[in-house]
Ligand binder design. Sequence first.
Ligand SMILES: [Zn+2]
Length: 134
Amino acid sequence: MKKMSELVKKYYYCRICKKNHSIKFPVNFAENQKRYPFVYFSIHKYTGNSDENYDKKGSDIITTLYIDKNLTIRDVDVAWEDSSTNIISEYDTQKLVGFLIDHINELQDAYDSLMGKYTKLVEGLEEKDKRQKI
Ligand SMILES: [Zn+2]
């Protein structure tokens, strides 16, 4: 079975920056979606590589990715972030929130596991310390 925390790096072409960007997905990200391709939103900063939009360097670009079952990016849509328009539908917002919650849970698990290891390590060191003093 594939681990939840495993990430897959994918590339997509951004017509605003005129270059490829990379994005990472959990390996099982495409599983159990209601429809394919499914929509995923991401935001990246404009890098200012193309002269025509140089004044917008550092501005947010909303990236809409259409991802299929195999985690292949089928289509990409990029748009300047404009907070006056509500471009993200409620449905997709819920999906995004769901993804973030899953992610938070994974991080929590990783944290608990690390904390457990750390506690054991500290206990082990204290034990060693005591023995050395005797
Ligand atoms: Zn870009």
